[in-house]
Structures are given as structure tokens and as C-alpha cells.
Design a binder for this molecule. Structure first.
Ligand SMILES: C[S@@+](CC[C@H](N)C(=O)[O-])C[C@H]1O[C@@H](n2cnc3c(N)ncnc32)[C@H](O)[C@@H]1O
Length: 232
């Protein structure tokens, strides 16, 4: 597995992350367990085959499956997948959970999915653009890919040392790895994020045959991109 460190980090973070997700579970601001990506998916997902890439404990998968989608949920962390699987066994929704590293080719045929969603995942993967390519391959022509990111321009600590703006030098430093952490109930879990520029993401989408549909910047240093794969 190429992402052994990510796997370890997210396995170690699983309990803290699950506690955080549970705490936010009712925060449905306009789109279920996530306010950025879900509202950009079709309002009626019934019958759609949807890939939840980097599903964590599966809150987005469950939200979509409850609305009639057929969901396959993949994540590098077996600890997180186990939690999703346990939820599936307690309340079956037909979700297939799979431990998978997004830096490896997904074990599905080209165009196997009508849509893919990746909620706050891509910048956590060691090679974000490879992950986008792998996801892009399995979305069918005419299908949709929606993903959210911390905003590569404005997410802390990319402000300059004066704290009042945007640091151009670090923005173009694509090798930069940023330390992040989640803290809950006095326990802290550290993990890394991998910086790419907006142009890197948009050009990768174009390379994968995607057309931009929406570029949503809510103004709080996060963003969501929705794109549609060109029909051949
Ligand atoms: C911020 S969490 C988001 C989880 C989920 N999408 C949600 O909304 O709750 C980032 C997720 O990316 C997963 N991840 C990190 N690197 C990965 C990789 N190489 N392949 C697959 N998943 C990965 C982590 O295990 C973690 O579940």
C-alpha cells in the first residue's frame, strides 16, 4: 500500500474522528452530514450508483443510501471502515464498504459510477492529483464528481507571517506538507495534508475529461467543486 502513513494516521485518529462526526451528525445545514458536497449532487439520487471516496465512518454514504442511492464506500483506514460496516450491520442500507488506498487504481470498471463524492479527502491523500485521476476514471461519461477541499489559497497557516494575507511563495510550493489535527474530549489526533494549487486541481479534472459545473467558495476557507464528465 502506498499510503501506509495515512492509514496509520487515520487508524490512530479513528476514535477522535468518529466522536467529532457523531457530534456534528445533526448539523444538516442544507445537505445532510456535509454542507458543501451533498447540495451539489442531484436532489434525487434514487437509483444512482455513487462512490464515496474516503468515506471515513460513512456519514455521507448513509445519507445518500437513505435516499435510494446504491453506494460503494472506500477508505484507506480499516478502523474507519469497520465503524461504517458496524453501522451497516446495525441498520442495513445496502452500502458496500471497502478498505482501499486512493493512490491505487480503484477495483471497478471505467464508468462504473453515475457519481462520485469525496468530502474533505483529496488534500489528505499523499498524491491528490493521482486520487482525482483514479476517481475520475470510474465515473461514467455524463456522470458527476463532487468534492470538497480546504481552500488551497486561504486555509491556515497559509496566511503570511503578518497574518493579514496570502503567502504567494508557499502557495506555489507543491511539496509542502501541512500538519493538521482533530481534538475532542481532550484527545488529539494528528494527520497531514498535501498542498496543490487550484490550477493543479482544475487541470487534472480537465485531463480526466471533466467539465466544471460549479465552483463553490462559501467564504470560510473551504470550497467544493462539482464537475461533469464529458459524454464521449
Ligand atoms: C477528513 S476525513 C473525511 C471523511 C469523510 N469523507 C467524511 O466526510 O466524514 C479524510 C478521510 O480520508 C481518508 N484517506 C486519507 N488518505 C486516504 C487514501 N490514500 N485513500 C483513501 N482514503 C484516504 C481518511 O482515512 C479519512 O477517512
Amino acid at each position: 500500500m502506498r499510503s501506509a502513513t495515512n492509514k496509520q494516521e487515520w487508524n490512530d485518529a479513528a476514535a477522535v474522528y468518529a466522536a467529532e462526526k457523531a457530534a456534528y451528525a445533526s448539523g444538516t445545514a442544507g445537505g445532510g452530514p456535509d454542507r458543501l458536497c451533498c447540495p451539489l449532487l442531484p436532489s434525487d439520487v434514487a437509483g444512482l450508483r455513487i462512490l464515496d471516496a474516503g468515506c471515513g465512518t460513512g456519514p455521507v454514504s448513509r445519507y445518500l443510501a437513505e435516499r435510494g442511492a446504491t453506494v460503494v464506500a472506500v477508505d484507506v483506514s480499516d478502523e474507519l471502515i469497520d465503524r461504517g460496516q458496524a453501522a451497516e450491520e446495525a441498520h442495513p442500507l445496502g452500502i458496500t464498504y471497502l478498505v482501499h488506498d486512493l493512490l491505487e487504481e480503484l477495483p471497478f470498471e471505467d464508468g462504473a459510477f453515475d457519481a462520485a463524492v469525496a468530502v474533505m479527502v483529496v488534500m489528505d491523500v499523499e498524491d491528490p492529483l493521482a486520487a482525482v485521476r483514479h476517481i475520475g476514471r470510474v465515473v461514467r461519461p455524463g456522470g458527476q464528481f463532487v468534492f470538497s477541499l480546504v481552500h488551497p489559497c486561504f486555509y491556515r497557516p497559509k496566511v503570511n507571517t503578518a497574518g493579514n494575507g496570502f503567502d504567494l511563495a508557499t502557495y506555489f510550493d507543491r511539496d509542502r506538507i501541512e500538519g493538521r489535527y482533530i481534538e475532542r474530549n481532550g484527545t488529539r489526533a494528528d494527520y497531514r495534508q498535501f498542498h496543490r494549487t487550484l490550477g493543479d486541481y482544475l487541470n487534472t479534472l480537465a485531463d480526466c475529461g471533466f467539465c466544471l459545473v460549479q465552483f463553490h467558495e462559501p467564504g470560510d476557507s473551504q470550497l467544493a467543486i462539482s464537475c461533469r464528465k464529458q459524454a464521449r
